[in-house]
Design a protein. Structure first.
Length: 217
């Protein structure tokens, strides 16, 4: 039985998931994603490499980092995930430039406890002050574990395309529209975008629409 429960608090979204046969195709998130494998083994590919997060494994995803996801075997998978908007993470760390996680999976009891603390504060609709306190604990723990490094500057042209797609939720935007807008042939556009992001522009467009719809729900 597949079960997905979402809860939002400000610029944080919490997810509790229980899956057996469900699998995610290649996708990415605008937010930083931080989660814990509660039961089973999380099986996914990240940056072209297979990752296995066992019970109590802490999973760290950077924004726009392409990955898939599924249960490793028929016993299924249970996990929680926090989606934190980049602007909020910058506010908490008091940095001006983007940051990124250096390690995809770590195991640390205190950090795991901090993730549960923030997730519970969101799920149980605690006061904003409590959510903020839990968020600071989590982010400080991540920095103390040396899991954060400076973000590598991305291709500015690709970033412009991403922003255009993200801002087009209410439009019936197509790949043909984008190729015309950015003065590229269809194949040149697809090849450039996939080389820069690891995902096709159509996949990115669909994913962006799904993420926007999820926030509305």
């Amino acid at each position: 039985m597949e079960e997905f429960v979402y809860k939002k608090s400000g610029r944080i979204t919490a997810l509790s998931a229980n899956i057996t046969d469900f699998s995610y195709k290649n996708h990415s998130h605008r937010e930083y994603a931080i989660g814990v494998t509660k039961r089973g083994i999380q099986h996914y590919h990240l940056d072209g490499k297979l990752q296995l997060s066992y019970q109590d494994g802490i999973m760290l995803f950077n924004p726009e980092q392409v990955h898939d996801g599924m249960a490793h075997d028929k016993s299924g998978l249970e996990y929680i995930m926090l989606y934190i908007e980049p602007s909020l993470l910058l506010d908490v760390t008091e940095r001006k430039e983007a940051i990124q996680f250096a390690t995809p999976i770590i195991y640390d009891n205190k950090l795991e406890s901090d993730i549960y603390g923030l997730a519970n504060a969101v799920f149980y609709e605690k006061e904003e002050e409590i959510v903020d306190e839990q968020l600071i604990k989590l982010v400080d723990g991540l920095i103390n574990q040396s899991t954060i490094k400076k973000h590598v500057k991305e291709n500015t042209y690709t970033n412009k395309i991403k922003r255009r797609i993200h801002d087009s939720f209410k439009e019936n935007l197509t790949i043909a529209d984008l190729t015309q807008e950015f003065s590229m042939s269809k194949f040149q556009f697809i090849r450039h975008f996939k080389n820069q992001t690891g995902i096709t522009p159509y996949q990115f467009l669909l994913n962006s629409k799904n993420e926007a719809a999820k926030k509305i729900i």
